[in-house]
Structures are given as C-alpha cells and as structure tokens.
Ligand binder design. Structure first.
Ligand SMILES: C[S@@+](CC[C@H](N)C(=O)[O-])C[C@H]1O[C@@H](n2cnc3c(N)ncnc32)[C@H](O)[C@@H]1O
Length: 216
C-alpha cells in the first residue's frame, strides 16, 4: 500500500529527495524519516490551518521540518528540537536546499530541557508568543511528558499532532506488550482520548498520527 500511496500522491521536491538520500547514506535510522506521503499530509495540513508559529519535537535529518516550513504563511516560523548534534550538517544542508533556512530555528539539546526554557519564555517572561501547532515525533517513551509540557504553550484552538501513535499495531494488542515505548504511546493515546480540553482523531497514515485540537 505504501508504494501505491507514494505513486499516487504528489511527488516530493528535489530538496526532500536529497534529504532522503543523505539519510540513507549517512545514518543507520532511515526508517525514522517521516517520508513522502506523511510529509505531503503535513505540508497540506499546515497549508489548510495556516499556523504561523510551529514547534516540532524530533528533527532527525529535517524531512518533516522542510515539509512543514515550506507551507508556512509569510512571516511564519518553525522551531525544531533535536538531541543529536551530529545531524546538524545534513539538517542545515536540507534547509538550505529547500530555501527554508530563514524560516526555521534548530534548537539542539534534550527536548524536555528545551521545552522548559520555551515554557518560561512564553508563560513567565512573555518574550515569545504561544504556538499555533506542535508536531511531536521524538522519544516515544516521553510522549506523555511532551504532551504535558507543550499543552500550555499551544494557544486555544491550536493543534498538537503526534506521530507513530499506532506503533506497528502494538497499542491494540491484548495483552499489551510491556516494553516502555508501547506502554508510553498507549498511555499517551489514553490521556488524549480522555482529555476534555481537546478534540482528537487518530488518522492511520503510515504509523498513525494523533490529530489533536485544543478547545477554546
Ligand atoms: C522519528 S525521528 C524524527 C523524524 C523527523 N521528524 C523526520 O521527519 O524525519 C526522532 C528524532 O527525535 C530525536 N530525539 C530522541 N529523543 C530526543 C530528546 N529527548 N530530545 C530531542 N530529540 C530527541 C532523535 O534523535 C531523532 O532524531
């Protein structure tokens, strides 16, 4: 199905092809790439909801960041968080090739630390506005913490999208596999489904995207 979806969706740009290729050549984790189908979905989502300020947690080699940034409205900006500073070269190369380098700030470090700093700047110092959209795609064991850390820095009516929430179908297995990643994603999906402050739907694109809207 993935091949069919790819062949019948708009093709990826030259810059995204470059990132995909570099990711295969220079990393051992190409399966972590968001990929062309979900990348296109992210780009069209940003185009549809027109968020001006977006936060991404988990840059990897910058594939989804480029998809998101290329649909930002004029004046829009993406902050993207990544722990692995060895990826900086590929990330910067992709942003330059895609012509979006001036729309993106890469923040290196542990996402939880970066999120605490962003929370202080947005909620206490008020030196930054809140985000219109957050895309969560970093450490699967930390999804519940990311959700709690980002919730207050998303404006009412804003969106939180979380990737890999089906986790290869492990989240609906019975009994539930007891590894930390499955437990954490299952807990995250339960938290969202029972949170009266949001409306949400899980979309089965690739490994599952939880599409969450913070109510007014
Ligand atoms: C699934 S990949 C992200 C894929 C990316 N969004 C894309 O489209 O190609 C997850 C990324 O999160 C990063 N990551 C894992 N734990 C992190 C943490 N605690 N803080 C920041 N980044 C983290 C990993 O280094 C990895 O690059």
């Amino acid at each position: 199905m993935e091949k069919y979806l790819r062949e019948h969706s708009s093709p990826q740009s030259e810059a995204l092809e470059w990132i995909e290729k570099q990711t295969h050549i220079r990393t051992n984790h190409a399966r972590m790439l968001t990929g062309p189908v979900q990348g296109r979905f992210l780009k069209m989502t940003v185009g549809a909801i027109s968020p001006e300020r977006i936060l991404e947690i988990g840059t990897f080699t910058g594939y989804s960041a480029v998809c998101i940034a290329s649909a930002l409205p004029a004046g829009g900006h993406l902050d993207t968080l990544e722990i692995n500073d060895e990826l900086e070269d590929i990330i910067a190369g992709g942003f330059e090739r895609a012509g979006v380098a001036d729309k993106i700030s890469l923040i290196l470090g542990d996402a939880k630390d970066s999120l605490k700093t962003l929370r202080r700047e947005i909620l206490d110092d008020r030196t930054r506005p809140p985000y219109d959209m957050v895309y969560i795609d970093a450490n699967k064991r930390e999804y519940p913490e990311y959700y709690e850390l980002v919730f207050d820095i998303v404006r009412p009516g804003g969106y939180i999208l979380a990737d890999n929430v089906l986790w290869d179908g492990k989240v609906w297995q019975s009994p539930l596999p007891q590894d930390r990643q499955t437990l954490s994603i299952a807990r995250f999906n339960d938290m969202v489904a029972s949170d009266p402050r949001v409306e949400s739907v899980i979309i089965p694109v690739r490994d599952g995207l939880n599409f969450i809207r913070k109510l007014q």
